[in-house]
Design a protein around this ligand. Sequence first.
Ligand code: GLC
Length: 466
Amino acid sequence: MAFILLSPLCSQHIDTRYVPETDPLVLEKLEKWQDLKFGLLMHWGPYSQWGVVESWSICSEDEGWCRRKSDDYTEYKKEYENLQTTFNPVHFDPESWALAAKDAGMKYVVFTTKHHDGFCMFDTEYTDYKITSEKNPFHTNPKANITREIFDAFRNEGMWTGAYFSKPDWHSDYYWWSNFATPDRNVNYSVNNYPGRWRKFIGFTHRQIMELMTGYGKVDILWLDGGWVKKRSSEEIRKAYEDMNIEKPTRIQNQDIHMDELVKKARVKQPGLIVVDRAVYGKNQNYLTPENTVPEKELPYPWESCIISGGGWSYTPGAEYMSGRRAVHMLVDIVAKGGNLLLNIAPGPEGKWQEGAYKLLRDIGRWMDINAEAIYGTRAIAPYKEGRICYTSKGDALYAIYLLEDGEKVPSKIKISVPGITDDARISMLGTGKELKWKRPGNECVVSIPRDVPSKIAFTLKINGL
Ligand code: GLC
């Protein structure tokens, strides 16, 4: 992996807990994944009918995103679970999504096969709380096995597939046992007192994941959410309570779902599978996933920012989408720091994307048509980002991408501050191919920029001859 040496300043931002993978097939795949740069995340389920946050409103934590519209929790939860009887996305057309994503330059998709609420958007054998259940009006539709349809459609367009899967399952009696109340997101019974029940949960989770690993064609990424479901030593538990200053430990438990064993089984079916056990530091988190943020500095391990493009993670009526400029600037910023962008779009209850999502993808696509060369397959190069200029590199080419603000006049000159540019370097602009004049006052490299640039969002200089 071509990681650049880091300055002491940025090493302060690095998460030293990243554990590198050792399986050569996974390493090879991770390297290829780092070439892809841009993917699509989709959160979709019966909750989309209400336009509420995915799953969280049935969790009793006193957090803003868990608030519900009713005062009566029991009644609310019943209604929430009843949403499966009316979820009928008759306009579901994954091919049109795959095409729009491809035209925007996206190279992979990650889809919520099951979110925390436990509703399965695939045809699992192990629960009836699923899209193919007879309770669900969509079950007779030929495209009822939504996950399969999405994976097939995106794969047909040459994209990679990733299964988002929530480890916690708030519908399973093996996780939220109906014998007890559910005070928070965690397993609601004592795993120590009821080891048999917990074992059933492990079995259930393994079987469901193996269904996804065997019956859905090639799966490239297993994106596991719900980082609180993880192995914890008694020492870690004690420490967690100490930090929280709680006297009587009741809730933080060792929620070990035997991840090593699961990953091993999964990779027998899907050799080289990238596993992202989010926020669980160890070898099963092949890349890190900063959420809705872009790290300030480049990071020396594989990473991906997942970002909401409009509304929330889940469908929001009247959602406003970010501008094409904002998305492109973000993508460039992320790529310059060595990461991937996973941009979320939330399908609506009838199976449609909002027009704003399509427009955003078209705007990004227009920019990518000209500048993609400076994105795919590149690696980070110091100084990564300086003011409005982001750098990427590929082979012996260096790319300098200048981010233009709305209405900004194109600068007549820009200074490239990557060291090592030789006197006979050729500098051109992507999209025009024209060679540009440049000078070397002292040690610097100053390039003259024509007034007309191919995009008002950002333009790219290609420098050959480092
Ligand atoms: C947050 C949300 C969760 C969502 C995830 C996506 O953790 O709580 O619902 O799936 O972000 O990254």
